[in-house]
Design a protein around this ligand. Structure first.
Ligand SMILES: [Zn+2]
Length: 333
C-alpha cells in the first residue's frame, strides 16, 4: 500500500507547484473525501462553540470541542504509553490515512482537529519526543509550510499525547491569537533582550504566560538562540533526565522565523485532578498557550473566566524569577 500521495493525486486536489503548503492543503481535501474518520472530525469542528475572555491588552479564546476528550484526558504515564500501540508509527495508521513526505518527517491530517486545517508531523522513526536535535528540522518544516500554517511542539511532559514518538503539529496561521499579537504582547508585557537588524529576542510575562520570542531571518541564529534559552532554562529543571518543559510555536513570514518558547513548570492544573464538581478537564499545551483554550466538556466551557484562567495558567507557567534568569542569560551573550 502506498502511504504517500503521488504528484498526480495531489494535482487532482489543486496542488500545482512543488510547494509543501499547497500539497498539505491538497492532502486535506483528498482525506476529507476518502477518510470518513477525518470527515467526521472536520464536521465536528464546524459545530464547536467559542467565546473570548478579555485580559486588558489581550484576550483568550475558549473553545468547547467535545472531539478533544481523548486528547485532553490522555494517559501519558510510562506504563500506559508502553502498553498502547503507537498511533504515529506508520504501520499503525488507518489504511485510509495518506501523507506527504518531507525529509525525515511525514505530514498527516489530524482526525481530531482544533484548527480549520490541522496536521500532525511525525518523524518516520519511532524515537522519543525531544526538541534538542530536532529544532533545526522544525524551522525547516515551518519554512516549507509557508505563510498558511504555524507549527508547534509540545514537550513530552507538557502536552504531547505521544511522548515516545517525535512529532510536531501544524495549524492554520492566525487561529492562535499569539501568531499575530505577539509584538503587541512584547510592547505591553515584555522587553527586548536583543534588538538587531536581522534578529530580535524578547521576554514576556502577560500574567498568564511567561515566554520568550526569537525572531530572525537566519535559521542558524534561531537555533543558537534557542539552544541558549533551553540551556539556561535547563538549570531550573526539577526532573533530571527529562527535557525541560516547553511548548513552542513557530511561524515563517516575510523571510523571518518566529519561535515562541513557553516556559512551563507543570503539565496539568490541580483542578484537573479534583473530584466531582470541582474537576476541570483542562490539559493545556501549545494551542492553549497560543491563546485558544480547549475544553472538551460544556460544563467547563461555561465556567471559564478570567480568574480561573489566571489561576490555572499561573500554576503551569514558570515563576517570574525563572523567566528573568533565562532572559538574563540571553542578554549576557
Ligand atoms: Zn511510534
Amino acid at each position: 500500500m502506498n502511504r504517500y500521495l503521488s504528484k498526480n493525486e495531489l494535482h487532482d486536489y489543486g496542488a500545482g507547484s512543488g510547494n509543501t503548503a499547497d500539497q498539505a492543503h491538497a492532502l486535506l481535501l483528498q482525506q476529507k473525501e476518502t477518510w470518513p474518520m477525518l470527515r467526521n472530525g472536520a464536521a465536528t469542528l464546524d459545530s464547536v462553540v467559542s467565546r473570548e475572555i478579555d485580559f486588558g491588552h489581550f484576550s483568550m479564546k475558549v473553545q468547547f470541542n467535545p472531539g478533544r476528550i481523548v486528547s485532553s484526558s490522555a494517559k501519558v504515564d510510562k506504563k500506559s504509553i508502553a502498553e498502547r500501540r503507537c498511533f504515529l508509527c506508520e504501520e499503525n495508521l488507518p489504511p485510509e490515512q495518506k501523507g506527504l513526505k518531507s525529509g525525515d518527517y511525514s505530514i498527516l491530517c489530524n482526525p481530531f482537529p482544533i484548527f480549520p486545517e490541522h496536521f500532525t508531523i511525525p518523524h518516520t522513526a519511532h524515537i522519543d519526543q525531544r526538541i534538542s536535535g530536532a529544532f533545526a528540522a522544525m524551522l525547516e518544516l515551518t519554512r516549507e509550510m509557508g505563510t498558511r500554517y504555524s507549527l508547534f511542539y509540545n514537550g513530552p511532559k507538557c502536552g504531547a499525547s505521544a511522548p515516545d514518538h517525535l512529532h510536531f503539529q501544524a495549524g492554520t496561521f492566525g487561529f492562535m491569537q499569539i501568531d499575530t499579537t505577539w509584538e503587541h504582547l512584547v510592547e505591553h508585557y515584555g522587553s527586548w533582550l536583543v534588538h538587531e537588524p536581522g534578529t530580535r529576542i524578547a521576554a514576556v510575562d502577560d500574567t498568564l504566560r511567561r515566554f520568550l520570542v526569537i525572531e530572525s531571518d537566519d535559521a542558524g541564529r534561531c537555533e543558537n538562540e534557542f539552544a541558549r534559552i533551553f540551556e539556561a532554562f535547563g538549570a531550573f529543571n526539577e526532573h533530571p533526565g527529562e527535557e525541560p518543559m516547553v511548548n513552542i510555536v513557530t511561524s515563517f513570514r516575510d523571510g523571518r522565523w518566529r519561535a515562541m518558547v513557553f516556559l512551563r513548570r507543570k503539565h496539568r492544573p490541580e483542578q484537573f485532578f479534583a473530584e466531582g464538581e470541582e474537576q476541570i478537564l483542562f490539559s493545556p499545551a501549545s494551542v492553549d498557550f497560543g491563546g485558544v483554550c480547549i475544553t472538551p466538556l460544556e460544563r467547563d466551557f461555561n465556567r471559564m473566566n478570567r480568574e480561573l484562567l489566571t489561576d490555572m495558567f499561573s500554576q503551569l507557567s514558570v515563576q517570574r524569577d525563572v523567566l528573568d534568569a533565562v532572559a538574563q542569560a540571553v542578554r549576557a551573550t
